[in-house]
Design a protein around this ligand. Structure first.
Ligand code: AMP
Length: 285
């Protein structure tokens, strides 16, 4: 595996392998766990060359203390990437990614105006900035994203459309990887205390239990039940729980309003902001 830190070296390394077949890109912010590795395994199966970027992107953090405390584990990350058969680890500095301030404002539209949009002002624009740069530098055949960040995938699809498709780039969405107790794997989980860690699986438990509620009750009852159930646990505070159309990301009020209802949640466990989601009618996926 080559560890590359500059855009010009990345482009010259890729020019030598592009004729071998597809290039798969997995963008990450490091502190790698099995969730990331599932994306990488899939990319490895589907491409001749696999590039994983590791970059904690400052422009997508609206909360400075979240950026400051974001875990950084480069050595361990490189060992995992090497073992997974990755060809190129692209680990640029902030100066390399942003030699000058990125003033681009993306017209991301309705998919970015709900849920994470208003809760984290500027977040999705920052994601669009960094991912569009990574796509332009790498020119991948396929790029891999996790459904844990469900709304982010819709935002990235929109950015790709706005930017003209990046040479028919395929966006591949991959299922959420969970710990055995149901907690969605996340780099932020290491910031939970032992006590908080034991409570945090209540998010997934409540979402799963709500599938039964959904079969019996209205959408709004189901939504409120999830919020109330999680808020009863110590440390837990739901920031939002929205049931949305899985394509448009727009909240729906009745089960009949969509063929593809996805419940998206953000909840604090102590100071740690956790996200998760569940699909109510998988047959329509
Ligand atoms: P991050 O390093 O948090 O920016 O995540 C990089 C990529 O890994 C994103 O596309 C995430 O959605 C994905 N990812 C993070 N956690 C998981 C997980 N538990 N299961 C599947 N994908 C994940």
């Amino acid at each position: 595996m080559e560890i590359i830190r500059t855009v010009s070296e990345l482009q010259s390394a890729l020019s030598k392998v592009r004729n071998l077949g597809g290039v798969g890109l997995v963008p990450t912010m490091g502190a790698l766990h099995e969730g990331h590795m599932s994306l990488i395994t899939r990319a490895r199966k589907e491409n001749a060359t696999v590039v994983v970027s590791v970059f904690v992107n400052p422009t997508q953090f609206n909360n400075p203390s979240d950026l400051a405390t974001y875990p950084r584990t480069e050595e361990a990350d490189c060992r995992l990437l090497e073992a997974a058969g990755v060809d190129i680890a692209f680990i640029p500095t902030v100066e390399e990614m942003y030699p000058e301030e990125d003033c681009r404002v993306f017209n991301l539209g309705p998919v970015a105006e709900v849920m994470e949009g208003p809760m984290r002002p500027g977040h999705f624009n920052g994601v669009a900035q960094v991912v569009s740069k990574l796509f332009a530098f790498t020119n991948p055949t396929r790029a891999y994203f996790g459904e844990k960040d469900f709304q982010q995938i819709a935002v990235i699809r929109r950015m790709v459309e706005l930017e003209g498709g990046f040479n028919n780039l395929e966006i591949v969405s991959c299922p959420i990887k969970r710990h055995e107790d149901g907690l969605a794997m996340s780099s932020r989980n290491v910031r939970l205390s032992a006590e908080q860690r034991s409570v945090a699986p209540c998010i997934n438990l409540a979402l799963k239990a709500s599938l039964i509620k959904a079969a019996e009750g209205s959408l709004n009852e189901t939504r409120q039940w999830v919020i109330d159930t999680i808020n009863r646990y110590p440390f837990m505070e739901v920031e939002y729980y929205e049931i949305v159309d899985g394509i448009t990301m727009q909240p729906v009020s009745n089960w009949d309003d969509t063929e593809y209802a996805v419940g998206c949640i953000t909840a604090y466990c102590g100071e740690v902001r956790l996200i998760d989601n569940i699909t109510y009618n998988p047959s329509s996926k």
